[in-house]
Design a protein around this ligand. Structure first.
Ligand code: FAD
Length: 610
């Protein structure tokens, strides 16, 4: 199946995306307009992204001390993307948007991630602008967000610092009021920032006229001390170049300097930067300190950032998924053409017989089916979550509330599951290629390198797991987990009546029960150190159970449309579900074993014994 066939099935047959067009906000859309968006993105990705994926990997961004140079292909791709209108796809018509459902936007962006994740599709700029639309003043929206949606300016997220990665409460960038009348600046209360931000993606480039940095910093108290913890964190807009209230560049450079580029394992088409704020390299009004405009209330900066975390994490999940998918397609293609070995027959191997193609070996099929099950399952999960975001924005009050609760528990999975398992898919894609997969003559090693990032950024794997077990499954008296269980049981009950799926339905009901028991046992002593010592195995088991549910539901839908499994597409969906239940779901027992016994082997291992 092609990516388009898979997307069409998931969006229209499974999620009934066209059904959204009966809602007022999406009333101008229909199957044709949705298809037109997918067609356009598929074409731009094919023409402007895919052919240059290797080039942007080998021609890394270059900094000559003044400017960062990116390949021309990156400029062309960015221009084509901005001209397609995708930067403002979900926005209102009156600011130039298309009022497209988020699920369609996410599906359309999948083409770019598959073609060249490294060139990128400006998800950071869109996330940055969306945050300002939710928390900025009218003028901040007009001046900064609107110019990002048009592609005139780009955006960043500046959270991390060299000493503060997972632990953002240790952010040390300081923001002090910028003199008399600092509160009356039309662009927002004006501060001067000083500090270093590490790992900032797209922190410097010449793709756009200006860059809008969104920066977390702390405002010192009256004694000049920073408030410990996250309570003290505020959010600021820090433009690379100063602008006036009309959104025009003033010709003054803000005091933000590129200290250097990070040289990465993968994802090399995007710059990654260490930025120095306020060191005095570009003084403004003769004074060191980067000028920043407060967004929202002081001390509430992290809450504003979290506003956009669900979408950002679905974006990471889709990137991981599509890298896995790109490797799957490449290795499938390779396996169909590579002759090697002979079939095992009843009489053993006949050395004089012609070689078979490797796709005929059971073990190669196992590797291909694993990739297909991981990647198509992950794509279904991401689109399901994207659809929940549409429910949250445009559903009835009850549907919106349910979507919110489900997103609380599913977002750590949407981010982490593809990051781990679609990376494993990339490893299998290399394996299918044998020695050739280990060379740079084939694309699969790059997919693996690019994908390796996803378990690290937007909350590491370990941090996501602690968020899931330590917070999300417990919050609001476990309402999110209960609701998810109801949804899973609805699928179980439906599929119990479909003979080919009934054994899987039973296995899923058991798995769900096991996850529930393990959740309780992990917390039975109430000691966080014991419960969370095995948070990652818990997240793996939880994630595999969610994916088993997704596969069962997808297979049920495919069989509703084609009960006799006449099409290969249906056979693919039902076969993947079978694979997942036979080869993957049973793994949860080992993971849940250490969770429910609160096994402290790792936690208590003496440091000196390593
Ligand atoms: C290519 C790339 C792009 C990035 N882009 C951006 C960006 O645009 N903006 C931005 O702000 N940041 C960005 N980041 C930063 C990224 O979010 C951080 O790297 C990440 O949050 C981890 O922080 P750290 O690197 O300091 O690792 P650390 O926090 O030091 O973590 C190291 C290891 O320790 C574990 N660990 C840490 N604390 C705990 C704990 N309490 N309990 C258990 N385990 C723990 C982690 O899980 C991890 O395995 C990017 C990073 C990379 C590599």
């Amino acid at each position: 199946m092609t990516l388009r066939t898979t997307l069409d099935f998931l969006l229209h047959d499974w999620l009934d995306t066209t059904g959204l067009t009966s809602r007022e906000r999406f009333a101008d859309h229909n199957r044709e307009t949705i298809d037109a968006v997918l067609d356009t993105c598929e074409r731009i990705a094919r023409e402007k992204y895919a052919p240059f994926n290797r080039l942007v990997d080998t021609q890394e961004p270059h900094f000559d001390g003044e400017k960062v140079t990116l390949p021309k292909a990156t400029h062309d791709a960015f221009k084509a993307y901005a001209e397609s209108g995708m930067l403002s796809a979900a926005q209102d018509y009156d600011i130039g948007g298309m009022q497209l459902p988020y699920s369609v936007e996410a599906a359309a962006n999948a083409f770019f991630a598959c073609a060249s994740v490294s060139i990128g599709s400006s998800l950071l700029s869109v996330g940055n602008a969306n945050l300002l639309m939710a928390h900025g003043t009218e003028l901040q929206k007009q001046v900064f967000a609107h110019n990002e949606f048009s592609g005139r300016w780009a955006g960043t997220m500046c959270l991390s610092e060299p000493q503060a990665g997972s632990s953002l409460s240790d952010v040390a960038t300081r923001a002090v009021p910028d003199g008399e009348g600092f509160e009356s600046d039309p662009l927002g209360a004006r501060y001067r920032l000083r500090g270093n931000k590490m790992w900032i993606s797209s922190g410097e480039h010449e793709l756009t006229e200006n860059i809008v940095h969104l920066v977390l910093a702390k405002i010192p108290d009256a004694d000049g001390k920073l408030i410990p913890g996250t309570r003290g964190i505020s959010l600021f807009i820090v433009p690379k170049k100063m602008v006036n209230a009309q959104g025009e560049l003033t010709g003054v450079r803000n005091d933000v300097a590129l200290a250097g580029l990070n040289h990465k394992l993968g994802w090399r088409g995007t710059t990654n930067t260490l930025l120095n704020f306020g060191e005095g390299k570009f003084p403004v009004d003769g004074q060191a300190g980067a000028v920043g405009y407060l967004v929202g209330q002081p001390g509430k900066g992290l809450a504003c950032m979290f506003h956009m975390m669900n979408e950002a994490r679905i974006g990471v999940g889709i990137a991981a998924t599509m890298l896995g998918m790109a490797g799957y397609y490449a290795s499938l293609d390779y396996a169909k053409g590579r002759p090697q070995g002979r079939p095992i027959t009843g009489a053993g191997k006949d050395a004089a017989a012609p070689q078979t193609r490797i796709i005929e070996h059971a073990d190669v099929k196992r590797m291909l089916l694993t990739q297909k099950a991981y990647c198509e399952g992950a794509l279904a999960l991401e689109l399901y979550c994207a659809r929940l975001i549409d429910e949250q924005h445009t559903g009835t009050a009850q549907d919106a509330e349910e979507a919110r609760l489900l997103l609380e528990v599913l977002t750590p999975i949407a981010k982490s599951w593809p990051s781990e398992w679609c990376l494993e898919a990339n490893s299998l894609a290399i394996q299918v290629h044998g020695g050739y997969g280990y060379t740079r003559d084939f694309p699969v090693e790059q997919y693996w390198r690019d994908n390796r990032l996803n378990m690290i950024h937007e909350g590491t794997h370990g941090i996501q797991a602690m968020d899931l077990l330590g917070r999300k499954v417990l919050m609001e008296e476990g309402k999110g987990l209960t609701l998810l269980s109801h949804r899973i049981m609805a699928t179980v009950n439906r599929c119990n009546g479909i003979p080919v799926l009934a054994p899987h339905a039973k296995a899923l009901a058991r798995a769900l029960q096991d996850v529930g028991v393990a959740t309780q046992k992990a917390w039975s002593t109430g000691v966080p150190g014991e419960a969370l010592a095995n948070a990652v195995p818990y997240m793996q088991a939880f994630g595999h159970t969610v994916l088993a549910w997704i596969w069962l539901d997808v297979a049920g839908c495919a069989l509703d449309n084609d009960p006799q499994q006449e099409s290969l597409e249906t056979q693919g969906h039902v076969g993947c579900a079978k694979f997942f239940f036979h080869y993957e779901l049973p793994k949860i027992n080992a993971w849940l074993g250490v969770v429910q016994s609160r096994d402290l082997t790792c936690a208590t291992f003496p440091e000196g014994a390593f």
